[in-house]
Design a protein around this ligand. Sequence first.
Ligand code: HEC
Length: 218
Amino acid sequence: MRYFFLTFVILVVVVVATAGKRGSISRKPPLEIFPDMDKQPKLRPQTRGEVFANGLSSQLPVDGTVARGSAFEDSPVNTGKVAGTTNYVATIPMPVTAQLMERGEQRFNISCSPCHGRMGDGKGITTKFGMAVIADLHDSKTRKVVQQSDGEIFNTITYGKNLMGPYGGLVSIEDRWAIIAYLRALQRSRLGIEQDVPADVLPTLLGPVAPRAGVQKK
Ligand code: HEC
């Protein structure tokens, strides 16, 4: 054991004496046993360089480049908020078309119905597996979600709320608005009242209604 220490100490002295210690100054190039990737061809910023046609090492950003957090956040479509404020937009900031609705129905049934149920009443399949308090999106007593602005629901989908996790990473921006359009239709189907029906269509609804198949008239 003693000889081991002696040899070790001598070895260290020899290595330091010949190779020098880290940080010591020498005019000779250092001995690099494992150069790893220390030396690589590279361009220093803002100098001449032969790689690009214009002879500069630094290039301008490509056309259409958007700085993080600038133009993206200025658009209500992306944030659900009125530009430059933290106020939620009242209505969907894009044209609501039949196509958007259909997409919304499909996306709602994929992303939301497992918890909220296909009807949006909070009775999705996950209630059978221990998810106890899922919001009823009609909430006929308080009409909480019915009265929320579209921007607030957009925010709930994007970032989640209380027990609900965020879905911004899974549902694209356009799909989020599509889901909201469909959710509004779902709510109308439950909570709509006589006055919601356009006046010219109303008589056709209130007229003699043919008994539906399977429904017995008492
Ligand atoms: C994993 C289950 C789950 C999924 C999937 C889910 N939610 Fe929820 N959601 C919840 C729960 C639980 C709550 C109640 C949160 C609370 O108040 O604690 C909730 C609450 C809400 C609310 C009410 C928020 C409020 O202001 O009280 C809205 C609106 C909503 N969800 C919309 C959606 C939409 C739209 C989708 C589909 C993109 C979706 N959720 C997907 C579980 C889920």
